[in-house]
Design a protein around this ligand. Structure first.
Ligand code: KG4
Ligand code: ZN
Length: 330
């Protein structure tokens, strides 16, 4: 049974994990950098890269210690090679290359988006291809038809901001702090989702894509008007995002797509409102709804190790010359 070491460092989480081909996560650790970025209200690339360089090696040592394993016991090393903040991606990929070289193990360069896209299969063994995936994170908002490992058909993407970005910017405007998604979700629980009239960009449109820029501007105007409670703006904003996500996903759920399940992944998939609404949508289409546990939604290395395991099983490994890529569409 193959064991894969997974490494993740593409944004502001440093993570290492040991994942088994039979879906056991032998150990996984994530170190966030919220405190370092909080004074700036967003992720500062240079600070992120330095922090990854400081904590990645101790994290790798910690997962080996927890699993009672040594580098010689792993079968391959999977590291995120993009897309993401290039300084951070290079820290993880170069570390992966060094370990692979030192222990003479195969290297697997994982696309971070593929990590999210395959993550639901780590905890839902029954999830078979093809499935419709809503990938909603800080950097991406896409609908993908996941046809197999390495086989992704993009049905829709955002024409401006990602959904997570909209949460983060809304949090900043409302003074709710950083990181934004969980803060907006907490405030929204105390608010009235009908209190603030906000637009639902592209809702009902024949084109497949997402848009959140107009919603963000409307949140800013509502905030500046001084007419509304912060909690009500947060709740109304969250409801608008959920409506947009559900509307666009419903549009893609045509019977001709012939999918086995509706699946959500990425940081915004941790949002209970998003999960609940998508679950209802799947049910109305007679489809199973699969969402990874919360710890697997936000950035982590178990999903990178798992994508590595899926690729390794198919013989998909990479050479030492594989580049770190700031942009890398699936
Ligand atoms: O997948 P992820 O950890 O990193 C990227 O690959 O981007 O996603 C991070 C994004 C952030 O924008 C964060 O605000 C959002 O996911 N997020 C949430 C929640 N938890 C994280 N958004 C809404 N509700 C949440 N509970
Ligand atoms: Zn991510």
């Amino acid at each position: 049974m193959s064991i894969i070491l997974g490494l993740e460092s593409s944004c502001d989480e440093t993570a290492a994990a040991l994942v088994c081909q039979d879906r056991r996560v032998l150990a996984h650790k994530v170190a966030g950098q919220e405190a370092a970025h909080r004074p700036y209200g967003g992720v500062v690339p240079e600070i992120a890269a330095r922090a990854h360089a400081e904590v990645l090696t101790p994290l790798i040592e910690a997962v080996f210690a927890e699993a009672g394993l040594k580098l010689k016991d792993v079968d391959a090393i999977a590291a995120t090679a993009g897309p993401g903040l290039i300084g951070g991606v290079m820290v993880g990929l170069v570390t992966g290359k060094a370990l692979a070289h030192a222990a003479d193990k195969p290297l697997i360069a994982v696309n971070h988006l593929e990590g999210h896209a395959l993550s639901p299969r780590l905890t839902a063994p029954e999830l078979a291809f093809p499935y419709l995936l809503l990938l909603v994170s800080g950097g991406h908002c896409q609908l993908l038809r996941v046809e197999g490992v390495g086989q992704y058909r993009r049905l829709a993407t955002t024409i401006d901001d990602a959904a997570g970005e909209a949460f983060d910017k809304t949090a900043k405007m409302l003074g709710l702090g950083f990181p934004g998604g969980p803060a907006v979700e907490r405030a929204a629980m105390l608010g009235d989702a009908k209190a603030v009239p906000l637009p639902r960009p592209l809702m009902g449109s024949a084109e497949p894509h997402f848009s959140f820029a107009g919603l963000k501007s409307a949140v800013m105007r509502a905030q500046q008007s001084g007419q509304y409670r912060t909690e009500d703006i947060a709740a109304s904003f969250s409801a608008a995002v959920v409506d947009c996500l559900v509307d666009r996903t419903a549009r893609a759920l045509t019977p001709s797509e012939g999918v086995t399940a509706l699946v959500v992944a990425g940081g915004v998939a941790a949002n209970q409102g998003v999960r609940g609404a998508l679950s209802a949508l799947a049910e109305s289409h007679g489809l199973p709804f699969i969402a990874p546990p919360l710890w697997l939604c936000t950035d982590n290395a178990a999903m990178i190790g798992w994508a590595g395991a899926e690729r390794f099983a198919l013989g998909l490994t990479d050479g030492m010359d594989v580049p770190a890529r700031p942009r890398w569409p699936l």
